[in-house]
Design a protein around this ligand. Structure first.
Ligand SMILES: Nc1ncnc2c1ncn2[C@@H]1O[C@H](COP(=O)(O)OP(=O)(O)O)[C@@H](O)[C@H]1O
Ligand SMILES: [Mg+2]
Length: 374
């Protein structure tokens, strides 16, 4: 087993002005499950492919353990990769599919058989070893793809959106299986996904990328509780965090009839560039319903109620039409999301008064997008 280090790793594709991955610095500990997450095109696959040796590194280095592998051939890196399109060989049995890489490497037949059987046991595939892929379910095929990686007992697993081809229910099931399998095998894993729920549920730590730039690395809890900037705040969490532009005056953040007190520390960390404005973030579950007149309360018009049984979410807008534009969420322009009591949800068209629970708002500089100390 081994750690993985990206040391200012940069990839500029030929013909492109801007790097697809820009001076990536990231250390993955031995045995760790690290998830690289971000929107489509942010450089996740490129990062993984640099680690695999499938993509040139234009500057910087990549290390596996203490070994600089920047110029090492992919086959000599002791890694195994699972892709989104993990096409299995249709004419080969499950066992032959799983053992193929070992066969190519000239591993003796008996040893291949033994390693395939071991992996099959771990993956619950023992009774399918003689079947052809077409006689398997989607989930079983996905496990065969995992098996191909496991039999090689590599130092590092690389996975690029390996669950994308599964339906929603199977994806949830399989992500738990992969996470627990990784913990059991203890093999250092770099896992790529665009799905922040997958990242939160699977990773020991999460690294968020945007436009080729690393935004933040941390445990799921850290990413959720203390996002470093507005982008991470809006990206991590489902339903998404509400983000509002407020005017700063009299020590408060003000928007229409809403006046939210700010601490001295927050006020002091604003600069002239912020232009007497502040961006406040508040998660749907950080809002309490209250009554008109409560200090800091603001009215929200209900557009839609999403009832999930265990939870209910109001999708609405700030009732003050002029101010409504100032608050957005990942759900859409000028929309706000409020978690409400699922046993007593409001109705479409109602007005609910809500208030940010004390200490649960996030403060950001509108000028830099960075989190303010509070
Ligand atoms: N082979 C390539 N040649 C040129 N540009 C590429 C190539 N592969 C990816 N890119 C560009 O690099 C950026 C990052 O791509 P990628 O790493 O595939 O993103 P992700 O996996 O996060 O969706 C994108 O802008 C993409 O268009
Ligand atoms: Mg990709």
């Amino acid at each position: 087993m081994a750690s993985v280090t990206f040391d200012h790793a940069t990839r500029v594709y030929p013909g492109s002005e801007t790097p697809a991955v820009d001076a990536l610095n990231l250390e993955v500990a031995d045995g760790e499950f690290l998830v690289l997450v971000g929107p489509s095109g942010c450089g996740k696959s490129t990062s993984l492919r640099m680690l695999a040796g499938l993509e040139d590194v234009n500057s910087g280095r990549i290390l596996i353990g203490d070994r600089d592998v920047t110029d090492v051939q992919p086959k000599d890196r002791d890694i195994a990769m699972v892709f989104q399109n993990y096409a299995l060989y249709p004419h080969m049995s499950v066992a032959d599919n799983m053992g193929f890489a070992l066969k190519i490497a000239g591993t003796p037949k008996a040893e291949i058989r033994q390693r395939v059987e071991e992996a099959a046991k771990i993956l619950d595939l023992s009774q399918y070893l003689d079947r052809k892929p077409k006689a398997l379910s989607g989930g079983q095929r996905q496990r065969v793809a995992m098996g191909r990686a496991i039999v090689r007992s590599p130092q590092v697993f690389l996975m690029d959106e390996p669950l994308s081809n599964l339906d929603a229910k199977l994806r949830v099931q399989t992500r738990t299986q992969i996470a627990s399998l990784q913990r059991r095998l203890g093999v250092t894993t770099v896992y790529v996904t665009h799905d922040q729920t997958e990242a939160l549920t699977m990773g020991d730590r999460i690294a968020v990328l945007k436009d080729g730039l690393l935004q933040q690395v941390g445990t799921p809890r850290e990413m959720y509780d203390t996002p470093k900037n507005i982008f991470v705040a809006g990206f991590i969490g489902s339903p998404a965090m509400n983000l509002g532009q407020f005017k700063v005056a009299d020590g408060k953040a003000n928007l229409a009839e809403t006046h939210i007190p700010l601490t001295r520390e927050v006020l002091d960390s604003l600069t002239a560039e912020d232009n007497n404005e502040i961006t406040l973030g508040f998660r749907p579950e950080s809002l309490d319903t209250t009554t008109e007149g409560d200090v800091g309360a603001f009215p929200v018009t209900v557009d839609l109620v999403e009832e999930l049984g265990s939870d209910a979410f109001v999708y609405g807008q700030l009732a003050n039409k002029e101010a409504a534009q100032a608050i957005t969420s990942g759900a859409g322009e000028s929309q706000m999301i409020v978690r409400v009591d699922p046993r007593r949800p409001p109705l479409k068209g109602d007005t609910v008064w809500v208030k940010i629970r004390e200490g649960e708002q996030h403060h950001f500089s509108p000028a830099t997008g960075l989190r303010l100390p509070s």
